[in-house]
Design a protein around this ligand. Structure first.
Ligand code: ADP
Length: 398
């Protein structure tokens, strides 16, 4: 005899029941409003979680860039603007799950989020986590349903990433208060000068007690909910205690690790020796400076000649192309036979904000025809073709 189904007595079971009721009613209503075929949700959801002040807003753009998303982030608390919701937020509390789910689902249907959306501050409760699971199930069903149809592209299988920024209670409170001071100062300046825009100021960012209360609500209601995402989705836990650049580095590291999870381990190992673009970009400037200084100190004569040639031969042509931002200069100067001089040329241009590409072209020029044999004697001539690109003038005629 099998054991009877346990009654839904513990909190989790109740959350599941609640979520089912809420989700079903929101979903049915939405389906009625927009039609079954238009229930088109994002391919990727990136959930940014963490205590108030952890840096969700601060790092959203960075995370989006890293994932190649250009749509605006969806900041859940900004969507909750009814007077009732505003009063709850001011008191450091949490707006009802049904309102949150209803507004969020509607927003996710906007065309601009079709490839992916970043949600700042969702899910915040166990019920919201359960609703998220139900949403993903429904999107999966739609994927299967439309798979072999012309509409398939609108119903891709979703991937979910949860990124949780971790800070301690102390940091959370400090940063909430810091944000409050920053925004208050900004708003005072706008009022005095009439320049700029007044930014919304959270009441809880102005008082230590209120900020602490908000943190505690997070710890009691949201922390476990965020933890539970670990078992179901790609989960990234980010130490967000340090300065902004350090947190960004932690995010990059995590996303890098994630590509290791998406790829087959053998494929990942194969690609591993190639540096990430972010890595080389970060170091590129320091390396350029080091090279330029070494030219000046260790290869002074060649460096001086290089600068002179650029100044005398290249710059007049470049200046003539200042509108288009692209110039071609051919040089036969023997100086560039030295590969070091070519490197100098490229680096000098890079330092001054141009992007130079050099192509070494060897031409054969007929110099003499042997009348007896009919043989043509040729001489080699080396031409360095340099293309220089830079930001041209935005002002154009016509
Ligand atoms: N790593 C950090 N180091 C220092 N200050 C930070 C850091 N991350 C965020 N801040 C600051 O803390 C405040 C709260 O950050 P914010 O991104 O608004 O948090 P959240 O969106 O998670 O509530 C902002 O004033 C922000 O400039």
């Amino acid at each position: 005899m099998s054991a009877p189904e346990p009654l839904p007595t513990d909190v989790h079971d109740l959350e599941i029941k609640d979520a089912q009721l809420i989700f079903k009613s929101v979903w049915d209503r939405l389906e009625e409003e927009v039609g079954h075929e238009n229930l088109r949700f994002p391919k990727e959801l990136i959930l940014l979680g963490g205590a108030p002040g952890a840096g969700k807003g601060t790092h959203t753009r960075f995370v989006m860039k890293a994932r190649g998303l250009t749509c605006p982030p969806i900041v859940i608390s900004d969507l909750l603007v009814t007077p009732e919701a505003a009063a709850i937020k001011d008191a450091g509390g949490m707006v009802g799950d049904k309102e949150v789910i209803s507004i969020l689902l509607r927003r996710l249907l906007h065309e601009e989020f079709r490839d992916g959306a970043v949600l700042d501050g969702f899910p915040r409760t166990g019920v919201q986590v359960e609703c998220l699971k139900l949403l993903v199930d429904r999107i999966d069903q739609l994927y299967t349903e439309f798979a072999e149809t012309p509409l398939a592209i609108n119903f891709r299988r979703p991937t979910i990433h949860a990124m949780v920024l971790f800070v301690t209670e102390k940091t959370s409170i400090e940063r909430q208060l810091f944000r409050g001071q920053q925004i208050a100062a900004h708003n005072r300046e706008v009022e005095e000068t009439g320049i700029g825009k007044i930014l919304p100021l959270r009441t809880t960012d102005l008082s230590e007690d209120a900020a602490r209360r908000r943190y505690r609500v997070f710890k009691e209601k949201t922390w476990d909910a965020l933890q539970s995402l670990k078992e179901i989705y790609h989960y990234h836990f980010i130490n967000a205690e340090g300065p902004i650049e350090e947190v960004e580095a932690n995010i990059v590291k995590e996303l890098q690790y994630q590509s290791s999870m998406e790829l087959d381990p053998r494929t990942y190992d194969r690609l591993q020796p190639l540096p990430l673009a972010e890595e080389i970009v970060i170091h590129a400037r320091q390396l350029l400076v080091k090279r330029l200084d070494s030219y000046e100190l260790e290869h002074t004569a060649t460096f001086i000649r290089c600068v002179d040639v650029i100044q005398e031969k290249f710059m007049p042509i470049i200046k003539r192309h200042a509108l288009s931002g692209r110039a071609h200069v051919n040089s036969e100067d023997a100086l560039f036979q030295d590969p070091l001089a070519l490197s100098m040329l490229i680096d000098i241009f890079a330092e001054r904000g141009y992007h130079a590409v050099v192509d070494k072209h060897i031409q054969e020029i007929p110099v003499r025809l042997d009348l007896q044999t009919g043989e043509i004697h040729r001489k080699e001539k080396t031409v360095f073709r340099v293309q220089i690109n830079f930001k041209g003038s935005p002002i154009r005629r016509g």
